[in-house]
Ligand binder design. Structure first.
Ligand SMILES: C[S@@+](CC[C@H](N)C(=O)[O-])C[C@H]1O[C@@H](n2cnc3c(N)ncnc32)[C@H](O)[C@@H]1O
Length: 276
C-alpha cells in the first residue's frame, strides 16, 4: 500500500462504543465506519436504512392521530440527495461483503425503489423480494389510500455465480416454518405475516421503526451459519444483533448515528437471558 494510503487508513480509526467477543457496536455514520473494514469481510448484511418519510405527515398509533416524524435522521433531503446517500452505503456494503455473501434491504415505497434500482445498477443478483405483511397494521386515517400494511425486503447476493447460504430445510420444516401444523413440509413463500414488535420487545427503550425479533430471527436463520459475521449498518434498537445473539455462534457488528439507540441495544443484549 502507498504511504499516503496507509496514512489515510491510519487516520480513519473509529473506536467501538461497545465490544464483547461476539458483538461490536459503533456510534457513528456507517459511511465512515464501513470504510475501516477490509474487502470481502462480512457474510451477511441486514440494512434497514432511513425511510425518508418524516416530512410532517400524520399517521395512526395506538388508535390516535400522531405525527409521522421518526427523527431528523429520517427527513428526506430530496430525491437526488437521498439516492446519492443510498448509493454510497450500498457501494460500501458491496465492497465489504464476501463474494458468497448476501444483503437484505428493508424499506417502504419511500426508499425501496431507489435501493432496488441501485442493487441492480451495482450488479447484485436479486434472490427475492419478500413482502413483510403486518396483520396488525394501523389504519389509514385520511381514508385516501389502502392501509399501508407491508414493507418490502430485498434479498440479493453479490456474485451471481457464488454459492450463497440458504437454510432451505430449516425454513421449510424448522421451528420457524410457516403453518408447520396445517401444512407441514411446505416451501416457505415470499409473503411473511409477522406482527409489529410486541410491547415486551421495547422495554429497554423505544425505537420508532424497530423491526420485530421474529422477522430478524427468520432472516438470520435463513441466511447465516455458525461462525457467520453479520453487519447491520443501521442498527437502530439492535434487533439484528439480538437475533444473532439468541441464535448463537454468530458475530455481529452494528452501527448507528444515535447514541440513545446504541444504549437501548446494549441493554437488550445484556438482558437476553432474562428477558428476550
Ligand atoms: C429504520 S431505522 C433501523 C431500525 C432497526 N432495524 C431496528 O430494528 O431497530 C434506521 C436507523 O438508521 C440510523 N441512521 C441514520 N443515518 C445513519 C447513518 N448514516 N449511519 C448509521 N446509522 C444511521 C438511525 O438513527 C436509525 O436508528
Amino acid at each position: 500500500m502507498e504511504p499516503s494510503a496507509l496514512l489515510t487508513k491510519a487516520l480513519h480509526v473509529i473506536k467501538p462504543f461497545y465490544k464483547t467477543s461476539e458483538t461490536t457496536l459503533y456510534n457513528g455514520s456507517c459511511l465512515e465506519v464501513m470504510k475501516m473494514f477490509p474487502d470481502d469481510y462480512v457474510d451477511m448484511i441486514f440494512a434497514d436504512p432511513p425511510y425518508n418519510l418524516s416530512n410532517n405527515g400524520i399517521t395512526c398509533h395506538a388508535g390516535k392521530m400522531v405525527s409521522v416524524n421518526k427523527g431528523n435522521w429520517d427527513k428526506s433531503q430530496g430525491f437526488a440527495k437521498d439516492l446519492e446517500f443510498h448509493k454510497k452505503w450500498i457501494f460500501e456494503c458491496r465492497r465489504i461483503l464476501k463474494p458468497s455473501g448476501t444483503i437484505w434491504i428493508s424499506g417502504t415505497n419511500h426508499s425501496i425503489y431507489q435501493c432496488g434500482f441501485l442493487l441492480q445498477e451495482m450488479n447484485f443478483h436479486v434472490l427475492n423480494d419478500i413482502s413483510w405483511f403486518k396483520p396488525n397494521a394501523a389504519p389509514n386515517l385520511a381514508c385516501t389510500t389502502f392501509a399501508h400494511s407491508h414493507e418490502t425486503l430485498l434479498w440479493a447476493k453479490k456474485d451471481k455465480k457464488a454459492k450463497h447460504i440458504f437454510n432451505y430445510d430449516r425454513m421449510k420444516n424448522g421451528d420457524f416454518a410457516e403453518d408447520k401444523i396445517k401444512a407441514p413440509n411446505k416451501q416457505m413463500r415470499s409473503v411473511w405475516s409477522i406482527p409489529t414488535p410486541a410491547p415486551d420487545e421495547k422495554i429497554f427503550g423505544k425505537h420508532p421503526t424497530q423491526k420485530p425479533l421474529a422477522l430478524l430471527t427468520r432472516i438470520v436463520l435463513a441466511s447465516t451459519n455458525d461462525g457467520s459475521l453479520i453487519l447491520d449498518p443501521f442498527n437502530g434498537g439492535g434487533t439484528t444483533g439480538v437475533a444473532a445473539k439468541i441464535i448463537g455462534n454468530r458475530k455481529y457488528i452494528g452501527i448507528d448515528t444515535e447514541k440513545s439507540y446504541i444504549a437501548t441495544t446494549i441493554k437488550r443484549l445484556e438482558n437476553i437471558l432474562t428477558h428476550e
